[in-house]
Design a protein around this ligand. Structure first.
Ligand SMILES: Nc1ncnc2c1ncn2[C@@H]1O[C@H](COP(=O)(O)OP(=O)(O)OP(=O)(O)O)[C@@H](O)[C@H]1O
Length: 269
């Protein structure tokens, strides 16, 4: 499943929120969208999951304009985990995850053994099986987040679009959810805030800044101290961790870096 945005632009109340967004997510790739608060990450994802039609440009899935798909066709191809999990009614966790199967059923068709099996697998993978009977509204923010990811897994779509999937999660679940998403070998597009998590798990990154793509490419090419300074206004050191062999970003907030470097307290990268 290839996702493509071509020259996507969004204007809200006379202000350009997104401009000239060309983005490609190839089959099996894990692609991150990063950028400061208000840079347009959620708006971009909304244009992709059909909540905000772009004012210019097109979004395609395997060459098909996503706005021409029926809701059911779209849901069979793309599962979405949003920042806010708005459940107005009090469903159980298992019922919420079962809703992921809706796109594969006919109207009023009852749950099959396979539906139930997929739901139990999704609950187990996200560590939510012990919560299956609990009311969704009674869960903590992190638990709700894991249920929404379980629902997306049960949906069996080949493209997963996630808006800050690890928001609310403690560090163990942040890593576990990213490991799960990575292990699924699906096509994933995720807006992420944590640059280290983005560097660890993403094959490709798009950096948004004031509604435009400031940089795109492999994390090691994109996440340089210069780019992070220019886009996020933060001084960093970036190195490859000797044990994990993964990129690691250290934030130098509060450090008078040049002075300390002179004294040899910070090893040169
Ligand atoms: N409905 C709206 N009306 C007015 N402005 C909006 C609307 N939706 C988004 N914006 C503005 O568009 C810009 C981009 O917002 P968006 O939520 O896409 O950013 P983001 O990168 O996801 O931010 P964050 O990291 O804080 O979640 C912001 O300045 C926001 O205030």
């Amino acid at each position: 499943m290839t996702l493509h945005t071509s020259q996507v632009a969004v204007e809200i109340a006379g202000r350009m929120i997104l401009e000239q967004i060309d983005l490609q997510v190839k089959p099996g790739a894990f692609v991150g969208v990063i950028g400061p608060n208000g840079s347009g990450k959620s708006t971009l994802l909304k244009t992709i999951y059909r909540v905000r039609k772009p004012d210019a440009g097109v979004v395609t899935l395997d060459g098909e304009d996503i706005y021409r798909l029926t809701p059911r066709e779209a849901a069979q191809r793309m599962a979405v985990v949003r920042q806010e999990s708005a459940a107005e009614f009090d469903f159980s966790v298992r019922e919420i995850v079962m809703m992921g199967r809706t796109a594969h059923k006919r109207l009023f068709q009852s749950d099959t053994a396979r539906d139930r099996e997929l739901v139990e697998t999704a609950l187990a993978r996200t560590g939510m099986q012990d919560f299956a009977e609990r009311s969704f509204l009674s869960l903590s923010g992190g638990e709700k987040q894991r249920v929404m990811i379980a629902r997306a897994l049960a949906q069996e779509a080949r493209l997963l679009v996630l808006d800050e999937p690890t928001n609310h999660l403690d560090i163990r679940y942040q890593l576990q959810i990213m490991e799960i998403l990575k292990s699924l070998r699906l096509t994933v597009l995720a807006a992420l805030h944590d640059l280290n998590i983005a560097a660890m798990y993403c094959d490709q990154l798009y950096v948004l800044c004031e509604g435009r793509i400031a940089a795109a490419g492999a994390p090691q090419d994109v996440l340089t101290p210069k780019l992070i300074r220019e886009v996020f206004g933060v001084e960093t050191e970036v190195f490859v961790h000797p044990r994990t062999q993964k990129m690691h970003i250290v934030y130098l907030a509060g450090i008078d870096q040049p002075a300390k470097e002179k004294k040899g307290e910070i090893p040169a990268v």
